[in-house]
Design a protein around this ligand. Structure first.
Ligand SMILES: Nc1ncnc2c1ncn2[C@@H]1O[C@H](COP(=O)(O)OP(=O)(O)OP(=O)(O)O)[C@@H](O)[C@H]1O
Length: 607
């Protein structure tokens, strides 16, 4: 996550042209409106170019050299000038309005495509990245694209036209003055390049520091409980201070250096004006040019210079927008979950026989995690998966649900390879009660209905009652309409589990996957949970990543996993008779605790 959240304008696109073309594909849908904007920009530029010319004419109309003040001409000029300024204001407003619409629509569609894509990516994609990184693509990067489209398109188009138009008008008015004023252009270019080259490094460093700071803030907020538990507040503050100070220093340097730009530009521009004034004055004295023309010319050279000065900004903006678009496209190009086979079947009304046939698997090909796993779970049976941490228990479940696909062997449900079922119907047959079940922000009712949105209120209450959750829900101030904060932060862990059980009971899946909580919950809630689980397990094939003695002993089959292999398999009695790994684990961990006390069975690696 480090460096991601603050990564704004620092990034540089890898393939500027290609990405721009691809982005154009999204802009293409707005082609008509964009042409209209362009037309407005052209008209607006024309109107703006008219201003200085009319001002020059007005000055000449008042000039005593022209033989007295021509009031009627002046009147007409003033009216046209006023009309030109009003038109300019209206057109600028319309442009802004249309471009805002265009950029927001493009970005909304990009965001929609990106979010849709995220839903199609395999679990492996999310396992391999931090949430912050994925999130920054949907927020930071999309924002960069949005501001680039809304700001730089108009600036680029109108800037280009203004530069050209002013130059043409300057040449028409006086080629000699044009030459005089253009002497500053190379100086402007050189200066812009030198300064931006230096500041770019500083801005990049500023983004890096900002990223570090964000990472630090995020870590301390997420780990606030640990920070407080270990009394690390002072350390957290001093770490923060260090990064904050570095960010301050580099930020200050970057701002000061880039702050040189404006005053220096002003000096150079003024040198240009002085050159025009001197040459213009000489020409005027020789009556080769009027005062009005000089005034018009100065206005045009100002108009000519402004977009040139903005060019560096537009360039940076464009770079950051294209870099943002590139990161968005990277996600769009990621490989999706493999599509269902054309003749994929729907998994419906199943008995629930689960069979692993010589399954092997590794998250990365070079590191095998599961080796030759073979077992059969009969319909309605319960299987406890036990073994040391990292043995591969969760991985077995990941393969069953096709969060990952096996690399060797096969997984079958009711005799058919699970890859022959549609993914949707396969996943619908599973119900999960995990250690840390995710609850969405929303009401309790909505969370219970997550697996069956069409459920009626009565069904929700019935499921909650079966899950022993009804009592505590009704005691809450708003009952079933109580709004949960993100991930049910306002509920206890036991209550969250009861809700998860209600959710599963409502959806009525055929196969259950339970990941027992390792931390102990108070005995009363624990009894409620045990009771609800037993209810839920009736008639369903169940896999339990088990840590508790009761659950393990009551399971039909216990599978002991170690280093990705099933090393023992059987009922509690059978395994005890074998006097193997399980019996040793049981002796060392549970022997003295048979009467109700709980111990985490995933700990005895030392055996
Ligand atoms: N997404 C992943 N990418 C790469 N390796 C992984 C991934 N998930 C797990 N592993 C590795 O696979 C091995 C088995 O992990 P698994 O989660 O299946 O163990 P487990 O038996 O469920 O452990 P625990 O009891 O601690 O939950 C571990 O060595 C782990 O480091």
């Amino acid at each position: 996550m480090r460096g991601m959240m603050g990564r704004g304008p620092g990034g540089k696109p890898k393939n500027f042209g290609g990405t721009l073309r691809r982005l154009w594909g999204y802009i293409g849908g707005e082609r008509k409106l964009l042409s209209l904007v362009l037309l407005f920009i052209v008209i607006d530029a024309g109107v703006t170019l008219l201003g200085p010319y009319l001002i020059g004419r007005s000055i000449d109309a008042m000039s005593p050299l022209g033989g007295g003040v021509d009031f009627s001409l002046l009147q007409i000029l003033i009216i046209v000038l006023a009309a030109a300024y009003v038109t300019d204001a209206v057109l600028t407003f319309l442009q802004g309005w249309m471009v805002a619409g265009i950029s927001q629509r493009i970005v909304a569609s990009l965001r929609r495509t990106l979010f849709g894509k995220l839903q199609k990516l395999p679990v492996a994609y999310f396992d391999a990245r931090s949430h912050g990184e994925v999130m920054s693509r949907l927020t930071n990067d999309i924002d960069n694209v949005s501001s680039t489209i809304s700001q730089s398109t108009v600036q680029l188009m109108s800037g280009g036209i203004t530069i050209l138009g002013s130059l043409v008008m300057m040449i028409i008015l006086s080629p000699i003055l044009t030459l005089a004023s253009l002497i500053t252009v190379p100086i402007v270019f050189l200066l812009t390049r030198t300064i931006t080259r230096r500041t770019k490094v500083l801005f990049k460093e500023q983004q890096n520091q900002l990223g570090m700071l964000n990472g630090h803030i995020e870590e301390s907020i997420s780990g606030m409980e640990v920070v407080k538990a270990f009394n690390h507040e002072d350390k957290a503050i001093s770490d923060f201070e260090k990064v904050n100070q570095e960010l301050f220093e580099v930020g200050l340097k970057a701002q000061i250096r880039s702050g040189f730009m404006m005053p220096m530009m002003n000096v150079i521009n003024n040198i240009g004006f002085a050159a025009v004034a001197i040459v213009g004055g000489l020409l005027a004295v020789k009556s080769l040019i009027t005062i009005g023309v000089i005034a018009s010319f100065i206005s045009y050279s100002r108009q000519f210079g402004r977009p040139l000065n903005d060019l560096a900004n537009i360039y940076n903006l464009l770079q950051s927008g294209v870099a943002g678009a590139e990161r968005v496209f990277e996600v769009l190009d990621e490989k999706e979950e493999t599509a269902d086979a054309a003749d994929a079947k729907k998994l419906d009304q199943i008995a629930g026989e689960v069979e692993f046939n010589q399954v092997s698997f590794g998250y990365r090909p070079e590191i095998p995690i599961l080796k030759n796993i073979t077992f059969t779970a009969k319909p309605g049976s319960s299987t406890a998966l036990v073994g040391p941490t990292g043995a591969g228990k969760t991985t077995i479940v990941n393969l069953l649900t096709r969060f990952y696909d096996v690399t060797g062997g096969s997984v079958r449900i009711d005799g058919t390879d699970i890859r022959e079922y549609t993914r949707d119907s396969l996943r619908r047959s599973f119900g999960f009660v995990l250690q840390d079940t995710y609850l969405f922000s929303g009401t309790i009712k909505e969370n219970i209905k997550y697996g069956k949105p069409e459920a009626t209120d009565a069904e929700v209450r019935e499921a909650a009652a079966m899950a022993n959750a009804d009592v505590f829900i009704r005691r809450l101030p708003e009952g079933y309409d109580t709004v949960l904060s993100e991930n049910g932060g306002n509920l206890s862990q036991g209550q969250r589990q009861l809700l998860a059980i209600a959710r599963v009971l409502l959806a009525r899946p055929s196969i259950l996957i339970l990941d027992e909580a390792t931390s102990s919950i108070d005995t009363r809630t624990e009894l409620h949970i045990q009771d609800a689980l037993l209810h839920m397990m009736q008639g369903r094939t169940t896999f339990i990543i088990a840590h508790r003695l009761n659950t393990i002993r009551d399971a039909d089959t216990i599978m002991v996993i170690d280093h990705g292999e099933i090393i023992e398999q059987g009922s509690h009695e059978e395994l005890m008779r074998q006097q193997g790994f399980y019996a040793r684990m049981f002796d060392s961990q549970f022997k003295n605790l048979e009467h109700g006390a709980e111990v985490d069975a995933s700990k005895p690696q030392e055996i």
